[in-house]
Each structure stands twice: as structure tokens, then as C-alpha cells.
Design a protein around this ligand. Structure first.
Ligand code: PEP
Length: 251
């Protein structure tokens, strides 16, 4: 049985007081772990510290990035140990916004995943193709290349303990989610490719990209979709709660 997760990526949103109030709202709306579904929220660092200090029980904390080294002269960076110390259990790595803005490579993402895991954080590793890559029929080639690069630096053992999020770049923040059929097709190919590398077949595979309360049920009904990485809709407590409920309803 594979683990199911709903992960909220708050990106660069919410001040500390807003984050504390928002988590109360999530809890009242029922956007919490249960029925075999773990709910993870990845706030910005400042809010993370505030939420970690509060000791949440029904929601797990994650971060949106970490450095590949433990400590040192890396101005502006944060280490996996610091995140664990602040109460984090997960870290999103290789989000397409960081690949685009910070030019993160698959090798760096693999190095970060390795360090994160050895520091007590479970990596949530993002993969995804650009629109023109999909339109030119290169989706599988691109995703497989990302997997090969990450496993090349992290190793199959690390990947076996991670979570993988398929996030087509054209679907992120656009309101244009992949259809359940498109997502399932890529997820099953990701699972097959991971297994070829000797990675466990039970790695949870999340879909990300314009997930809403309206499309979550269809996505979660797919055989290889084990949950979602949610951006915009994780900042709307009632809608996030609907997504969580759809994940809990899957048997
Ligand atoms: C994301 O940024 O990881 C994401 C999936 O965003 P959205 O849900 O807003 O498309």
C-alpha cells in the first residue's frame, strides 16, 4: 500500500500572524491528516519557524528548499538541519520556479535530496516538462532525463525514500491542469522508469499543477496518483479541505 499525501506549497505568501491564523482555519475546515492521508504544509521560512514553535499535530510541516551542505559560508541559504530543528519533516526540491529562477540542475537537486534525507527530511522531488516539450512529443524523454540526473547524484536508495511530484510546468498557476488521463499516463511511466533504476515501486507519486476542489477527485481516482502538490488552492482553506477530503475518500 502506497502512502497518500496532500502537500500545500504556500510559496512566498503569508506573514507569521497570518500563517498562524490560516492554520487555525485549515484545521477548522478539516484540512488535516487522517484516513491514511498525510497533510503537509510548506510555508515560507519565517512562518515555518512560527508554526514549528506551535507544535502542530494534525498537519506536518515542510520547507520549499534547502542547501546541499550542512553549514558554512552560504549567505542567504538554509540547511536541512536547520529545517529539521524548526520542526520540518519534508522539503520540496527542484520546483520548476527554482529550476527557472535559480537555475537548479538535476545533479544539484539530487545532492540536496541526499543531504536532506540524511538530515531527517523527506525530499519531495519535482519533475515536469515545459509546454513546448509536451507539444513536440518529448514529455517522457524530458522526465526520464530529469530522473536519470537526480538518481545519478542521489542514488536509487535516496530516491526510494523520497516522494516524487509530477508538475507539468504549463499547468502550474495557469488554471490549466493536466487531465486525469494525461497525468496518469506520465505517472505510470515515471513509476516504470524509477523501477528500472532499482527504486522502490511504492514511492508516492503526487500530481501538481492547478489542482482544485473541482478536479481533485478525478486525479485521485487514477491508479498511479497518490496525492497532490497544491499551490494556489492551498491558500484557500475551504478549497484545500475539499482536496484533502477527496484524497481521504479514495479507497
Ligand atoms: C506549485 O507551484 O507547486 C503548484 C502546483 O501551483 P498551482 O497549484 O497553483 O498550480
Amino acid at each position: 500500500m502506497r502512502q497518500r499525501l496532500i502537500v500545500g506549497n504556500w510559496k512566498m505568501n503569508l506573514l507569521q500572524a497570518e500563517a498562524l491564523a490560516f492554520v487555525d482555519e485549515l484545521e477548522s475546515a478539516g484540512a488535516v491528516s487522517g484516513d491514511g492521508v498525510e497533510v503537509v504544509i510548506c510555508p515560507p521560512y519565517t512562518a515555518l519557524a512560527a508554526l514549528g514553535g506551535r507544535g502542530l499535530r494534525s498537519i506536518t510541516l515542510g520547507a520549499q528548499n534547502c542547501h546541499a551542505r550542512q553549514k558554512g559560508a552560504f549567505t542567504g541559504e538554509i540547511s536541512a538541519e536547520m529545517l529539521t530543528d524548526a520542526g520540518c519533516r519534508y522539503v520540496i526540491l527542484g520546483h520548476s520556479e527554482r529550476r527557472r529562477d535559480q537555475h537548479e540542475t538535476d545533479v544539484e537537486i539530487g545532492n540536496k535530496a541526499n543531504h536532506a534525507l540524511h538530515s531527517g527530511l523527506r525530499p519531495i522531488i519535482c519533475l515536469g516538462e515545459q509546454l513546448e516539450e509536451r507539444q513536440s512529443g518529448r514529455t517522457h524523454e524530458v522526465i526520464n532525463r530529469q530522473i536519470d540526473g537526480i538518481i545519478g547524484s542521489a542514488g536509487a536508495q535516496v530516491m526510494s525514500q523520497a516522494v516524487v511530484a509530477y508538475e507539468p510546468v504549463w499547468a502550474i498557476g495557469t488554471g490549466l491542469a493536466a487531465t486525469a488521463e494525461q497525468a496518469q499516463e506520465v505517472h505510470s511511466s515515471i513509476r516504470e522508469h524509477l523501477i528500472k533504476h532499482g527504486v522502490s515501486g511504492t514511492v508516492p507519486l503526487l500530481y501538481g499543477g492547478s489542482v482544485t476542489g473541482g478536479n481533485a477527485a478525478d486525479l485521485f481516482a487514477c491508479a498511479d496518483i497518490d496525492g497532490a502538490l497544491v499551490g494556489g488552492a492551498s491558500l484557500k482553506a475551504p478549497e484545500f479541505a475539499v482536496i484533502v477530503q477527496h484524497a481521504r475518500d479514495v479507497r
